[in-house]
Design a protein around this ligand. Structure first.
Ligand code: SF4
Ligand code: SF4
Length: 436
């Protein structure tokens, strides 16, 4: 057994994660073909096995944390390696601990920290930012700038500006009801995590989620005062900011007293399910966090635990379902979204080749590594285009935005929706309601 030296009396999260990974890893290499950054570069340092070796050297004090910053930063955090690993190496945990170690040794620039730790967790700040961006788009300024070719003078900024999704009008940002009663016989009460960017970027997604849950017998609570769940901060190595957000949501959702906590965003759901791990060294919150995480469900997971209630109108659509990494690899959920879509009459469900590959969104990866993200998106779009879908369904807001951008670029005339939005459409048509 390999021993990992630790200078502290209690092992640090990095030492603990590396110790576990090193004692489990049998160096079989099964993770390599499933790792997009390794497959596209052929570089061992861009593979899960290589990154684990680098982290081991840091834990042993043979390398400085900053020496491996680029290798960790280049990782998508998609966790495809975890699904492939026969030895149960928890790469996600290892990556979070490694990035936190790098950030502690070399703090991020203040602007990045302000964006991650101040702006993103502030609903009011995000609304103001979204209003400015909406104004930029609706005023014609965006079109003008793009047509003028000015972005060619700042290509790095221009590449990121091109990713900006169309923001919906502010009047669609209406708050969800605090309580939505169940329709028909009740099955229990759920509390919905609304997310940080979904309320301003994809407000119809939360509305559809509430509607479909209520239609299936769940009373839906939307606790006030929600902020970012902490996933973006944890994945960027800002662990203390992530822990503060976790404690905030623990208190909020405990007070709500629901049977289940529901997320419609794969990345956020995976984070909520890891609050127990995130707060395991906090004596005041460790037990509460573990109990909280045990009550978290992805919306597809809960809905698929029983047949959908009808009536659902037929939707004669070719729907390609693409797995979000943090649902498939992060939460081990593959069948539930497919089971739900198959229950919509006349809907044809299409399987996407390499559906288990990242689309390149990966939190803010597409902003930080636009070239690799673009390669992954192109690959995904080639598979999707061959299927000629009318709808692409995926259960994570970041993936929805990324695939919408890709579909537009490729001239692929397919809507990109969350599976619950497809269900909401089937319920809406059955009730004769006008569709958006
Ligand atoms: S698949 Fe798992 S055990 Fe095999 S090399 Fe990769 S991390 Fe190690
Ligand atoms: S998380 Fe994804 S990109 Fe990172 S090592 Fe694992 S498979 Fe590769």
């Amino acid at each position: 057994m390999l021993e990992v030296a630790s200078t502290a009396s209690a092992p640090s999260p990095l030492h603990r994660a590396v110790q576990h990974a090193q004692t489990s890893c049998i160096k079989c290499g099964f993770c390599l073909p499933k790792c997009p950054t390794y497959r596209l570069t052929g570089n061992e340092a861009a593979s899960p096995r290589g990154r684990l070796d680098l982290l081991y050297l840091v834990a042993q004090g043979e390398l400085a944390a900053t020496d491996i910053a680029a290798a960790l930063d280049f990782c998508l955090g998609c966790r495809a390696c975890e699904t492939a690993c026969p030895a149960g190496v928890a790469f996600g945990e290892l990556l979070v601990a490694g990035r936190a170690t790098v950030t502690a040794a070399h703090p991020k620039p203040w602007l990045v920290r302000w964006l991650l730790c101040r702006l993103v967790p502030s609903p009011a700040g995000l609304r103001v930012a979204a209003l400015f961006l909406r104004l930029y788009q609706a005023s014609g300024m965006q079109k003008l700038l793009r047509a003028s070719g000015l972005w060619r003078l700042a290509p790095a900024l221009g590449a990121r500006e091109a990713l900006l999704p169309p923001l919906p009008p502010w009047r669609t940002w209406r708050r969800l009801p605090a309580v939505t009663p169940a329709v028909g016989t009740g099955k229990g009460t759920v509390a919905l995590l609304t997310g940080c960017v979904v309320p301003v970027l994809l407000p119809q997604l939360n509305q559809a989620t509430v509607q479909v849950l209520a239609r299936n017998g769940y009373r839906v609570l939307v606790p006030a005062g929600q902020r970012c769940c902490g996933a973006l901060q944890a994945h960027a190595g800002e662990l203390e900011a992530a822990r503060q957000l976790a404690r905030h949501h623990l208190a909020l959702f405990e007070a709500a007293g629901a049977d289940w906590v529901i997320s419609n965003a794969a990345g956020c759901g995976a984070m909520l399910k890891e609050y127990g791990e995130l707060l395991r060294d906090d004596p005041r919150f460790a037990e509460r966090a573990a109990a909280f995480s045990a009550r978290v469900r992805d919306v597809s997971e809960l809905l698929a635990s029983a047949p959908l209630r009808g009536p659902l109108a037929p939707l004669p659509l070719r729907v390609a379902y693409d797995d979000p990494c943090h649902l498939l690899h992060g939460q081990g959920i593959a069948a539930p979204p497919r089971q739900l879509l198959r229950q919509v009459p006349a809907l044809e469900l299409l399987e996407v080749p390499e559906s288990d590959w990242c689309c390149g969104s990966a939190g803010i990866y597409n902003l930080v590594h636009p070239e690799m993200a673009q390669q992954l998106l192109e690959r995904k779009l080639r598979h999707l285009a061959a299927l000629r879908p009318q709808v692409i369904a995926t259960g994570n807001p970041g993936c929805i935005v990324q695939l919408r951008y890709g579909a537009t670029r490729h001239g692929l005339a397919a809507e990109v929706l969350h599976p619950v939005e497809v269900l909401a459409r089937a319920y809406g048509e059955a009730a004769g309601a006008p569709q958006p």
